[in-house]
Design a protein around this ligand. Structure first.
Ligand code: A2R
Length: 315
């Protein structure tokens, strides 16, 4: 009996490929490059990146698209769902690493540890010469979480021992959260002095952290983004950091990765990381396993492990 054909369009974690090859017939190609016979054989897709409506339409017998990462904005899940195709992502397994990164970035941004280390390595630490006092401290801050989902909750849990006040904004109040809820992002920004953004890339979140929000955070304000660069107006952010309208920012994600705006690179009050929040060997292995296990479960037992909400209801 021939094995089920799974398409792998583009680069993906090597563990995904290695494990898929044990169970499936793997076709590494762009969906657009397939002849119609091969396209018709494809029943599953394992993708890290984009898989749009056209690619989905080119595979008449595809059943499941297994996407690497918790954010699945690169896959047209709505279109897939409308055609009865299930999309899966890799939630939960990266919560800890991303939440840890948010805290690390927060401390690095507020206490300037990366700059201080560069200062030391550059040979500046001499008798009588000390690194300047950091302008800000985490002590006594009021942190506003923009997003309180799986990762946001882990960030909040980690913030509690720091004795900061925690508030949040989401589209609706989360009854099981004890933190103060603000129904608009503006109201949250006005109340807090530190914002940590961990919301998905959707049409509604586009450039929502704009000049008005940054001004509300104020000259002592700090912005941390570990969600998606899409949600920040980077021109407004660079202008606010440069003028002092905003105190500092720590970013792991950018609008047009891997292109980081020169204006941000030039700023001393920005800490910039190369989208590495989930980028540890153990976490990326767990994400890779979930990509493969979703395909195995689907074709073995007819049930996806982690379908996204846009997935069609089976049956
Ligand atoms: O709005 P709610 O109550 O559904 O809360 C979700 C919130 N959220 C929003 N908040 C305000 N305005 C919006 N337009 C909006 N859209 C969504 O974001 C929820 O609290 C949070 C998302 O949580 P989860 O779906 O559990 O995602 P997770 O695993 O925390 O990851 C967040 C994002 C991913 O989508 C990737 O883009 C990135 O982190 O790695």
């Amino acid at each position: 009996m021939s094995r089920i054909a799974v398409l792998v369009p583009g680069k993906i974690h090597e563990r995904v490929l290695a494990r898929l090859k044990e169970c499936f017939d793997i076709i590494e190609a762009d969906a657009s490059a397939l002849d119609s016979e091969t396209a018709g054989r494809i029943r599953g897709v394992a993708v890290s990146g984009t898989f749009g409506a056209q690619a989905i339409d080119s595979l008449p017998n595809v059943e499941l698209i297994s996407s690497f990462g918790v954010g699945y904005d690169g896959v047209d899940a709505k279109h897939a769902g409308s055609k009865g195709v299930v999309v899966t992502n890799t939630p939960e397994v990266l919560n800890d690493d991303v939440a840890d990164t948010a805290i690390g970035l927060l401390l690095n941004t507020i206490r300037e540890f990366p700059r201080a280390e560069s200062w030391l390595r550059d040979g500046n630490w001499k008798p009588g010469q000390n690194y300047p006092l950091s302008r800000f401290s985490l002590k006594g801050r009021h942190v506003g979480l923009y997003g309180l989902g799986r990762i946001g909750r882990e960030i909040a849990n980690r913030l509690e021992p720091f004795k900061v006040k925690i508030s949040y904004h989401t589209r609706s109040r989360h009854a099981d959260a004890s933190y103060d809820y603000y129904p608009t992002l503006k109201a949250l920004a006005e109340a807090v002095d530190t914002m940590i953004a961990i919301v998905p890339k959707t049409p509604q979140t586009h450039k929502t952290v704009n000049a008005e929000i940054l001004a509300a955070l104020g000259p002592g304000g700090v912005l941390i983004n570990v969600g998606r660069g899409w949600i920040v107006d980077e021109d407004a952010l660079a202008a606010a950091l440069s003028s002092g309208a905003l105190g500092a920012a720590g970013l792991d994600v950018f609008y047009d990765e891997p292109n980081v705006p020169e204006a941000l690179l030039a700023l001393p009050n920005a800490v910039l990381l190369p989208h590495m929040a989930s980028g540890s060997v153990p976490t990326r292995n767990a994400m890779a396993d979930l990509v493969v296990d979703n395909l195995i479960e689907w074709f073995g037992n007819g049930k996806a492990l982690t379908p996204v909400p846009e997935a069609p209801v089976k049956g």
